[in-house]
Design a binder for this molecule. Structure first.
Ligand code: SF4
Length: 250
């Protein structure tokens, strides 16, 4: 992994995601290596790594917290912030650089709320900044109950059990917790529901997009059924039935 530090000029980026005013992405690139990753288009925003294979580099935005502080000080109105909309804010590089933590500190100092979305239990390191805090929520992406599926499709990302343990810890600390069940990978919805139910206030469900990235692999593994629209519809329907009012779809 080519890990470099860069300087940026803008931290808060206007977001088109419903309910989110701004996104903050402390890293460009991601070490989690999900095979279905949608974010490879981000290489076009890298001067150093234009054309590089996605997953082989991470650029850490070393000055992001200072830039964010200045931007927050200039805003007349508070908004909602998502960390992160593209690259995982608690990917392995965060252990060394702590940029996500620094951004959370800046947001808390300015009295802004934020939503976090990650695949990593490293988020629990920052529980002191997350609970109890109004306007703060933490989502863990949990696209299957099956860690065998996770090992194949998200080879460098933390285990499903580790993510659920993180949700438990945060939930018990009083954090508003949720799970992003997306993309819906091969799974047992009932088992996923049983594992998540005690520790989440809601779940957000999404289908597998960019299916061509994993189509050959899915066919080889006899998971071809999970590429179909009917799998997405039936699994979503079943998850919505199980989670009831806690479930929303993207
Ligand atoms: S965690 Fe997100 S950004 Fe990182 S490889 Fe996986 S899908 Fe891509």
């Amino acid at each position: 992994m080519d890990l470099t530090k860069i300087e940026i000029k803008t931290a808060l980026v206007r977001s088109g995601i419903p309910g989110v005013d701004y996104a903050v992405n402390p890293y460009l690139g991601c070490g989690h290596g999900c095979l279905y990753c949608y974010a490879s288009f981000m290489t076009r925003y890298s001067r150093r790594h234009a054309g590089a294979r996605w997953g082989t580099f991470v650029e850490a935005k070393g000055n992001i917290a200072g830039v964010l502080r200045s931007e927050l000080a200039r805003k007349r109105k508070r908004g909602t912030v998502l960390l992160s909309s593209v690259c995982d804010p608690y990917q392995p590089a965060e252990v060394r650089f702590r940029l996500t933590r620094q951004c959370l500190e800046a947001l808390r100092e300015a009295g802004w709320g934020f939503d976090i979305l990650t695949r990593s239990p490293l988020v629990t390191r920052d529980v002191d900044l997350l609970a109890p805090a109004g306007g703060v929520s933490v989502g863990l992406t949990i696209p299957t109950d099956d860690d065998g599926v996770r090992k194949i499709l998200e080879p460098n990302a933390p285990s499903i059990a580790g993510r659920i343990a993180a949700l438990k810890k945060l939930h018990e600390a009083g954090v508003d917790t949720w799970a992003f069940i997306g993309p819906m990978l091969p799974m047992n919805p009932e088992r996923l529901y049983e594992a998540l139910r005690p520790f989440v206030n809601r779940v957000l469900i999404d289908a597998l997009h960019y299916r061509s990235k994993v189509a050959d692999l899915f066919e080889r593994l006899n998971w071809g059924y999970a590429l179909s629209d009917s799998y997405a519809l039936e699994t979503e329907r079943e998850l919505r039935r199980l989670f009831g009012e806690k479930a929303e779809s993207v």
